[in-house]
Design a protein around this ligand. Structure first.
Ligand code: RAM
Length: 513
């Protein structure tokens, strides 16, 4: 009987936890060139000042919930005296001060941009007053701006209560304590990372609760690692793995992204460096959960992913077929072939380790030889002896991505790995990472090479810099030299609570304390 993966996914649907949250302060945005994206929030008053205040057309205020929150918003509105016309409100929910301070419109809809509908603003008309209303969407926010567009000359309104019902599948009671040996900065980074993970944990591991609210294989791999070290909700990982296993592409490869609604279905993204890492997620799951039976049921699908080895030529080198999205990082100048070669090596090694753990080595008998050949090919053909680093493409580009992934692919040992990572750090022409997904792999590579001090410093310089800029959850995109960087050409639509940014908690808990 073939395994019914979708039934397994269904059976693992988590219970959502809810928690009532209230604003901690009333704020207003103030332009400040030294603040993140040019805006900081200034305290106006305590939130208790809002409930008794009578307001009418033109009044507005901004609530700060203190930390990033995911959930629904409920408002109780009282007219004084009785209302003789509807009330019309504009409500904007924001992850960052800029989303409150800068207008969403006019919006650039040109190709390559994301939909305006991800931005969180509502026009709400309320016919019957007094009234308690719950806004229709699930929002991701720290700030809420309420603007009264219309009341009527005969009456005013006051907001008796404004509360959020935070929602998520991370059970706060199951959060493992951070060892006391963690230093002060690492404690803060860990706390922000754990909130990032928790706010992305819904009925799947979402990439971001504001956007895309969807399951991505690359994000899942990192979230699962962070989750094992914190909430250890192995059922949710099982559900996500079952969704990828139950819905595969016609060529048998797992897809990069997945939707749950109205029923589970694949997204339209095929990302080579995501599909090939499916086996790595299975191995991590097996090690964390001990669930051998489920891992065995996935094994044939893991083996099927080895199909991508058809993109390795007779010399043992990966050759970009040109018809796949190879992600690696958002960096525009990055040449990706060498990094992809490293991803393949890492993924194949994980597959081999999984085969060994499951007693299935016979199914991948050719793999050890293939791995040797690909590692030798990298050392022979991707190495620049004069510069002492690995290069990619005809222009022999040097990048952090190439070094990190070839270290993760065990092309060099720990000592040589530390040398290439230190060299690339000192090369002004090297292409830097443009986002947390690649920063994660750089830090991971450093830790495998015993570079604990450098890894800690990089976490301080990168994730620590987000905290200094006010982050209470870590971001999808961040360049310490450019606050407005956005792969979608609009910093307002970036996600500021993003799955692949949550791994500092894994580094801290597994490697650094
Ligand atoms: C974006 C999301 C997601 C990522 C893909 C590649 O749409 O940010 O996290 O995995 O790109």
């Amino acid at each position: 009987m073939p395994t019914d993966f979708l039934a397994i996914a269904e059976a693992c649907t988590p219970t959502l936890h809810r928690e009532r949250c209230e604003a901690v302060v009333v704020v207003r945005p103030v332009a400040d060139a030294s603040a993140f994206q040019g805006w900081r929030m200034e305290t106006v008053e305590r939130p208790e000042a809002i409930a008794p205040r009578l307001m009418s057309r033109g009044d507005s205020f901004v609530l700060d919930f203190g930390v990033h929150t995911v959930g629904q918003l409920q408002l109780t509105i009282i007219p004084e005296p009785a209302a003789d016309a509807p009330t019309r409100l504009k409500i904007t929910l924001a992850e960052t001060p800029a989303e409150i301070a800068e207008p969403f419109d006019p919006y650039d809809h040109s190709p390559g941009r994301l939909s305006r509908s991800w931005l969180q603003d509502e026009i709400v008309n309320i016919d019957l007053l007094p009234s308690t209303i719950t806004l229709p969407r699930r929002y991701a926010f720290r700030y809420v701006r309420i603007e009264i567009i219309e009341t009527a000359p005969a009456y005013k309104i006051r907001f008796e209560s404004i509360v959020a019902q935070a929602v998520g599948s991370a059970d706060p009671r199951s959060l493992k304590a951070l060892p006391a040996t963690a230093g002060a900065e690492m404690r803060i980074i860990d706390e922000v990372a754990v909130r990032t993970l928790a706010n992305c944990m819904q009925t799947v591991f979402e990439d971001g609760p504001k956007r895309d609210r969807r399951l991505w294989l690359g994000d899942l791999r990192l979230q699962a690692l962070a989750n094992y070290a914190t909430f250890n909700n192995t059922q949710l990982v099982k559900r996500c793995l079952a969704l990828f296993a139950g819905l595969r592409r016609p060529d048998g490869l797992v897809n990069a992204d997945m939707y749950e609604y109205p029923q589970a279905h694949m997204g339209n993204c095929r990302i080579l460096d995501y599909s090939v890492l499916f086996g790595a997620v299975v191995l991590d799951y097996l090690q964390a959960s001990g669930d051998r039976e489920f891992a065995l049921s996935l094994w044939p699908i893991v083996v099927q992913q080895l199909d991508v080895l058809r993109y390795v030529n007779a010399d043992g080198l990966f050759v970009d077929p040109g018809d796949w999205w190879i992600f690696i990082d958002w960096s525009e100048p990055l040449h990706k072939s060498t990094a992809m070669h490293g991803v393949l090596l890492y993924a194949m090694q994980q597959t081999l380790d999984l085969a060994r753990a499951l007693g299935k080595e016979a199914d991948v008998a050719g793999l050890p030889g293939q791995l040797d050949k690909m590692r030798q090919a990298a050392r022979a053909q991707l190495w620049d002896g004069a510069r002492g680093v690995f290069v990619s493409g005809p222009q022999r580009q040097v990048s952090w991505a190439s070094q990190a992934w070839l270290v993760l692919g065990q092309v060099v040992d720990a000592e040589q790995g530390a040398q290439v990572l230190r060299r690339v750090a000192g090369m002004s022409e090297a292409v830097w990472p443009a986002g947390p997904y690649l920063y994660h792999h750089v830090v991971h590579a450093m830790l495998l090479c015993g570079m604990h001090d450098e890894a800690t410093k990089l976490m301080h310089d990168y994730w620590g810099a987000m905290v200094q800029r006010g982050a209470t959850t870590f971001w999808e995109v961040f360049d310490p030299t450019n606050d407005h960087l956005s792969p979608y050409k609009n910093h307002l639509i970036n996600s500021y609570c993003h799955a692949w940014s949550c791994t500092p908690t894994w580094f801290i808990r597994k490697w650094l304390v």
